[in-house]
Design a protein around this ligand. Sequence first.
Ligand code: ATP
Length: 458
Amino acid sequence: MPDDAVTMDKIVSLCKRRGLIFPASEIYGGIANTYDYGHYGVLLKRNVVDAWWQAMIGDRDDIVALDSAIIQHPRTWEASGHLAGFTDPLVDCRTCGQRFRADHLDAEHDVRCPRKPSVLPGQGPDCNLTEAREFNLMFETTIGPVQEAGSTVYLRPETAQGIFLDFKTVLGFARRKPPFGIAQVGKSFRNEITPGNFIFRTLEFEQMEMEYFVPPDDAHRWYLHWLEARMDWYERLGIRGDHLRLRAHEQDELSHYSSATSDVEYLYPIGWQELEGIANRGNFDLTQHAQYSGEKLEYFDQQSGERYVPHVIEPAAGVGRATLALLCDAYDEDELGGEARTVLKLHPRMAPVKVAVLPLVRKDGQPELAHEVRNLLRRRMQTEYDEGGSIGRRYRRQDEIGTPWCVTIDHQSLEDRTVTVRDRDTLTQDRVAIDELPDVLAGKLEAPWISPKLLVED
Ligand code: ATP
């Protein structure tokens, strides 16, 4: 189990208090497993997605971007196997009316009887569970005003299938040959049964998926490549290495089409859980869609004269789960001047706000100079101006959202155009000339970084 101060309740309450992430439809009492992201949450999530695009298309030449539709032709889900097989076993309790996943009725999943939370569902004196039945996780809707035969469509439960559908089109204009990848970020929808655990499992969620098409004989080599590359990516976000692991699926866990799958797992406060799945999907998807659509989905190598259906390696990550891992990994509590402090020790590049500009007092020309400094910095990095409350309270507010640096304008600033830069983690305050400030902070942002929580653990 996790070894530090963080609990899911503390993360939930910080996110709500500071407006990062909060329950959706709250004025109506909320709606199951659905959350909204506020200002700082949007900035944090955007940093995660930007870092993913950087790794996929900024740092390499062999991957192209795609944004496919959420509602695809319904045959898509027949071909992919989702219509028949994307199910969870469901049980109802006849007493309390709650639904549970039959395969999650154990202590590991921490699902509790709502009437008697000290026991698992089914073990309370009044529990009366139905037999398990298969329940499809896809949300169904209809195209057109009348619910008539043939107009049933589905909200995509994964972004990957849109990539397979566009394989031929992309191959036509991308001027790429295997090995090459198609990457996409977008919302997916699953009618999940298991409630709780904040944004870990939600009904709608953003996925970052990449399908990497390779010659069949090279598939295993590329599978190993992506295992390493994806673990490395999470560490580069600043997540502690001892809170990350790769777990290979057992033979009986593998999907019927996959010859190998591994999960990147993070040690959340609820234990080790999947952050991302990396699968060797073979040629299953392209073959299925070729068969169902009648289109040839293959690659013809003009040089060798060889024609083949590429195999696919898929790293599939969740934006929400990565954001939650960052929050859990960064959350810390310490004491400052005899007062408890909550601080997010985020990697500066992940922090929603990089720098806060704070005039010490709201007079003597300090706010004017602070606005000038803010304007100087805002083009280079996400900057916030705050003049409300004591300086200590303002520092504390920035600590809570993980702002790595606070720039304070004081009386000396008006005399010699220098400011102090306070560091969130070391709490040092250095004097820097205003003219040099943008470069000094940009340099700090680019500098190598490891979690200060690791330094304390050592
Ligand atoms: P789980 O076993 O936890 O349900 P999964 O194996 O079904 O996950 P995949 O189909 O491999 O998940 O989806 C890829 C990624 O999408 C997951 O690793 C996760 O980060 C994210 N994801 C999947 N379902 C959800 C969900 N309901 N809420 C938030 N993120 C999700």
